[in-house]
Design a binder for this molecule. Sequence first.
Ligand code: GLN
Length: 494
Amino acid sequence: MLTDLTIAQASEGLRKKEFSAVELTKAHTDAVETLNGRINAYITVTSDLALEAAKKADAQLVSGDAPALTGIPLGIKDLFCTNGVRTTAASKIIGNFVPPYESTVTAKLLENGAIFLGKTNLDEFAMGSANLTSAFGGVENPWHRKGDPSVMVPGGSSGGSAAAVAAHIAMGATGTDTGGSIRQPAAYCGIVGLKPTYGRCSRWGTIAFASSLDQAGPMTRTVEDAAIMLTAMAGHDPKDSTCADIAVPDYRAACGRSLKGLRVGIPAEYRAPGMSEEILAVWQKGIDLLREAGCEIVDVSLPHTKYGLATYYIIAPAECSSNLARYDGVRFGERAEGATSLDDLYEKTRHNGFGEEVRRRILMGTYVLSAGYYDAYYLKAQKVRTLIQRDFTHAFEKVDVLLTPTAPTAAFARDEKPEDPVQMYLNDIFTVPASMAGQPAMSVPVALDSKGLPLGLQLIGKHFDEETIIAVGSALEKAAGFTARPDLRAGVSA
Ligand code: GLN
């Protein structure tokens, strides 16, 4: 089936005229139609636009002047503004927003010939780890536990993108990662998720959550596909002052590179107390596979890891409270009816428009930034962030890349969602430190657990050294031989 292909295979097939871009796109729009009602991976489906674009792609393929992603159907996280196509951030407050401009990342993908199937679901404003806070309903993970029909969460916040790729209703998708939102859902859904170095991809036109952490990246079924997508997404943008002016290599060339003599660090602090034996076993398996592939395994220490979550949950809400101040019912989005004063308009609009988790973050952020608490919380957190960054700098003096688990557990069932929000925040324990330090990091699916759910391992690299994590990731992927697929019949486990 055409939906079985990887991006690399499909792009070759298109060039050899084995099938057309219209056929490839139609196979995907049909699959979206069949499965999206249940999985809810897409908030907005744009099949007609996709088929129109596919006709143009076919013409371009005939002309022979077709860039790398010509005719490849992708899902776009509904946090990237798309010109003329509704962009909601999964929030009621901008539930009807149609941007008059295109984000830099999606513009680059379009220039590269990609076709957009629609806008994928997420946690509201990208805040969450289970895709349960979307104003457009939760996303279903295509995976189930063996013999158990319970609906599993896909992880968050890029849960719609992860589920779409895992269910083969997109060949790849964009995600954004602030504290783990590409890597954790990738791990929960058995796919590859790459968060580039902070500054590698432009943030322009991507709805902001926490600007010093937000970073766009690819979510795909193979490391090679992630490399192909990243090459198209990355690059300097004068419209984002934090976007680095560093040349973009052909990341695909890093796949299959020899790992001889490469030093892989194993951080002691990631052996968190109470971690499942199965995660520890998968981690050990990854270590063994990389050693066999010629790497030297080195024990390292990242002593401030234990402060990562606490620091993140001060800095991210602080920045979100500032970024989300713009949704006030005056300039953007929905406006509450019947307000009696300006303050009343702000209060009603923001109360009605934002969900509970977003309101919680705004409250926390406003609190830690307020006079009297700023020094004790925000300033302190900034100092601790520097210590976390230094840990990585020191570790990378000794090693080329770090290997850790991506998440402390496999996906959990929707009805097992922790009541305590802090419990939910623990999902990010292994992904947040790399975000705080701006390091590139990737989750690669490695095995299924005893219940039949996918588990991922995380590779963390030096700043702007995505190539090494791609090289190691592609070797790990090959050695682990993860070929399992979710059974897409409703409620049936693999
Ligand atoms: N789960 C984390 C949070 O809720 C990370 C979200 C993200 O990376 N966008 O903040």
